[in-house]
Write a protein that binds this ligand. Structure first.
Ligand SMILES: [Zn+2]
Length: 203
């Protein structure tokens, strides 16, 4: 598989560790050391019964060194589902280019959903014309919202998933979130495969 050497390359080229203070907090959450966690439990952002590799976790290597975001490796055209209910506030689906150059960043197709508590989730690198929802639509948790792709600044087909919320100083801050998986409820870590509970739909 071409994918594994790529990952090794990422590890080797990214020894520097993030100095973001949120990183320490995230490590405790990932290890299950925060016992009074009452944060919202998200659905994995894909179809029931499906499993995908989380290839970059929170403040992990490479492009996530400063990001509380997750990357799920998935074949182009895979179904992306809302991880939480809300209202669609942004849809970009006219991007056609993708690659590991910063000039491709603006080509990244994406959907942003605002949740009832004001937080927002972003779904990135979607397929060209791959949005299944429009701005203003109300979406349910688990509802298919898009097809995955490889647009924007990206080196392989994947979904980049991120949640933001206001912090105490009313600034947007990226937030790590808990997910329900067949392994239980918790924070995802890199290079592990996670399956969404439930039966896969027959096509
Ligand atoms: Zn990413």
């Amino acid at each position: 598989m071409r994918f594994i050497p790529l990952i090794l390359l990422f590890v080797v080229t990214s020894c520097a560790v993030s100095r973001n203070p949120l990183r320490q907090e995230v490590r405790l959450l990932e290890r299950g050391l925060v016992k009074d966690d009452s944060s919202y439990i998200y659905d994995l952002p894909f179809e029931k019964g499906k499993a995908y590799y989380c290839v970059q976790g929170y403040f992990s290597m490479f492009t996530h060194r400063e990001r509380a975001a997750l990357d799920f490796k998935m074949r182009q055209g895979s179904s992306i589902c809302a991880a939480r209910e809300g209202v669609v506030i942004r849809v970009k689906e006219d991007g056609t280019r993708g690659g590991m150059r910063s000039r491709y960043r603006k080509d990244g197709n994406n959907i942003v959903i605002e949740h009832p508590d004001g937080s927002r989730a972003g779904y990135w690198h979607l397929q060209t014309d791959g949005a299944l929802v429009n701005v203003g639509d109300t979406v349910k948790k688990g509802q298919p919202i898009a097809l995955s792709g490889n647009t924007g600044m990206t080196s392989f087909p994947h979904l980049h998933f991120i949640v933001w919320d206001y912090d105490r100083s009313r600034k947007w801050q990226q937030v790590p979130t808990r997910f329900e998986t067949t392994r239980g409820i918790g924070y995802l870590t890199a290079i592990r495969k996670y399956r969404k509970p439930g039966k896969e739909k027959k096509k």
